[in-house]
Design a protein around this ligand. Structure first.
Ligand code: C2E
Ligand code: MG
Ligand code: MG
Ligand code: MG
Length: 289
């Protein structure tokens, strides 16, 4: 009896594994086609400077405009893209497109903002990040100080000389670096020193319940204090309401990003948003004169 149950359990396991393998294979083929057929798009989410209340940056977030399934969030395909190595060409496209778009907004006379791009550990292992970024900056004409690269703690943990050299060389050009989802990984403070990043992005998981969870509040306060004593800026991700925002202000957090301000939006919607921001800045200036 036990043996039978065991066999059934095994068969069940085997079949789900198989269907998962098949699903991943078709996803992988789909990603390849998506690259060839320009089905990826970038959406942008504003980052607000808490001192001035104005937009100072946007995070570029990839989506897949799937012909049958509609707009797909990265959570559904990034892992497969990483496992198949396709994250390298996909990531190259993201860097090029983000630089192109940011330069385009600047040429249109919109407020100058930093565009932040997410990088995967696999891009560092299998791709040539430095070369890709330099080429994208050249092709777009974007001033490097308006590009920020978001690293994960797993990238820093690889601890290879090539990651270190890439960061150092790109920093020399003026490119900025931040650590994404800060506080969730094995943050070693020595990495912050070694890589000399510019900004910590406090993970959403601490921000979400900030007003109800005193441990989260203590963690965020500690991160902000540590960041500031190291001369780093801080941004809180996943800010969904005014109460959380107020508390972050009290802690001295520099920037915030989240649904409370805006959800990620298309490049076109972002252009309108930046135009509105330009107009209100002009009005504020006129009022002060
Ligand atoms: P992330 O870099 O930490 O990005 C923040 C995620 O939180 C985004 O999800 C964003 O839409 C979402 N978000 C922003 N504000 C709020 C909020 O107030 N509440 C909640 N609940 N969520 C909020 P998205 O766009 O689905 O991206 C998920 C993850 O996929 C990103 O997390 C990033 O790790 C990865 N990703 C996105 N674009 C790229 C890319 O171009 N390359 C790579 N390698 N990874 C990417
Ligand atoms: Mg990010
Ligand atoms: Mg994050
Ligand atoms: Mg992330």
């Amino acid at each position: 009896k036990a043996k039978e149950a065991g066999r059934n359990a095994y068969r069940f396991f085997d079949e789900t594994m198989n269907s998962e393998v098949v699903a991943n294979l078709s996803l992988r083929n789909g990603l390849r086609r998506a690259l060839d057929n320009d089905q990826f798009v970038l959406h942008y989410q504003p980052q607000i400077d808490l001192a001035s209340g104005t937009v100072i940056g946007v995070e570029a977030l990839i989506r897949w405009q799937h012909p049958e399934l509609g707009l797909m969030a990265p959570g559904r395909f990034i892992t497969v893209a990483e496992e198949s190595g396709l994250i390298v060409p996909i990531g190259e496209w993201v860097i090029q497109e983000a630089c192109r778009q940011a330069a385009c907004w600047q040429r249109a006379g919109l407020p100058k903002i930093v565009v932040a791009v997410n990088l995967s550990a696999i891009q560092f292992r299998r791709g040539d990040v430095e070369h890709t970024v330099v080429r994208a900056l050249d092709a777009s004409g974007l001033d490097p100080q308006f590009l920020e690269l978001e690293l994960t703690e797993s990238i820093l943990l690889q601890g290879t000389d090539s990651v270190f050299t890439t960061v150092r060389e790109l920093k020399k050009l003026g490119v900025k670096f931040s650590i994404d989802d800060f506080g969730t990984g094995y943050s070693s403070l020595s990495y912050l020193k070694r890589f000399a990043v510019d900004k910590l992005k406090i993970d959403q998981s601490f921000v979400r319940d900030l007003t109800h969870d005193s441990d989260d509040a203590a963690i965020i306060r500690a991160i902000v204090q540590m960041a500031h004593s190291l001369g780093l800026r801080t941004i809180a991700e996943g800010v969904e309401n005014e109460n959380v925002l107020e508390q972050l202000r009290g802690f001295g957090c520099n920037e915030a990003q989240g649904y409370h301000f805006e959800r990620p939006m298309s490049a076109e919607a972002m252009s309108d948003y930046l135009e509105k921001s330009r107009q209100s800045l002009a009005l504020a200036l006129a009022a002060n004169n």
